[in-house]
Design a binder for this molecule. Structure first.
Ligand SMILES: [Zn+2]
Length: 274
């Protein structure tokens, strides 16, 4: 049994500000340590419940956040960007299930810590087949393409609720309850890491018992719409062929499958000026 832990940073224990997740800021090193702690708790849970192999993908920013010197030595680490499958790199390599650690709610969610979708500077909204979608759904769809279910998520209360609503009965570990985009009641690491450990163990136990939620497989071909913050961002994204422009700040395209949609979305946002 092989488990992929896909880690982001905004939903890590204690994070409430961009300074906490921005390389170069003086507070960032503390939160790298905390991110590694949350990931280690999920690794311990997965092995405890019978996983044979655990691979971790560092999905935040440039993928250079997790401290490998503090990582559980039984795991391996996908670090650095760009990589072919970005935040879920490795999900196509014989993985049985994915665990999301440190995830956050989609852009526009009220009372959700650092809510955004891929780029807080560029993206004002993302829709997949007409349904509002954030990084949880987008990454889960890429995993689903390879028949891999997402079985657990950790993050703030909103991220966990978003995942449960979209993906079904997955295990969740709430590490903070936000009262605004940049304010939350945070549980200390001793508490959160115990919760992450037991949720991960429970998720992998259910998987072994044949009781995991199904992979998230949106209908194909996939229609993607992106609303940018400013119209010149859409102007730049339109350099990509095969995009349409229904409104000034909005682009749309159709992709054969989720990984293709994922790549086109990243390309559009990158051109837009992320
Ligand atoms: Zn992030």
């Amino acid at each position: 049994m092989k488990i992929l832990i896909a880690a982001d940073m905004e939903g890590v224990t204690g994070v409430v500000h961009w300074d906490h997740v921005t390389p170069g800021h003086q507070e960032y090193p503390r939160f790298r340590h905390l991110m590694t702690g949350d990931v280690n708790a999920a690794i311990r849970g997965a092995f405890e419940a019978g996983a044979d192999e655990v691979v971790v993908t560092d999905g935040h920013d440039d993928g250079r956040n997790i401290l490998i010197e503090e990582l559980d030595p039984r795991a391996r680490l996908n670090a650095g960007r760009p990589s072919p499958l970005a935040m879920v790199q490795g999900t196509d390599a014989g993985v049985n299930a994915v665990i999301f650690v440190g995830y956050h709610a989609r852009v526009g969610t009220p009372h959700a810590i650092l809510e955004h979708t891929w780029s807080s500077r560029c993206v004002a909204g993302l829709w997949l087949n007409g349904q509002p979608m954030g990084e949880i759904g987008l990454n889960a769809a890429v995993c689903g393409h390879f028949d891999v279910p997402v079985v657990m998520v950790s993050g703030d209360e909103c991220a966990c609720a978003e995942a449960a609503e979209l993906l079904g009965s997955i295990e969740t570990a709430v590490v903070k309850r936000a009262t605004g985009r940049m304010a939350a009641e945070c549980l200390p690491p001793e508490e959160t890491q115990a919760a992450i450990y037991s949720s991960a163990a429970q998720a992998v136990s259910c998987l072994r018992a044949g009781d995991a939620p199904p992979p998230f497989r949106p209908q194909t071909p996939i229609n993607i719409a992106v609303e940018f913050v400013h119209s010149e961002m859409a102007d730049r994204a339109m350099i990509l062929p095969s995009l349409s422009r229904p409104e000034g700040k909005r682009i749309e395209f159709v992709a054969d499958d989720a990984p293709t949609a994922y790549r086109l979305f990243q390309a559009a946002v990158s051109l837009a000026g992320d």
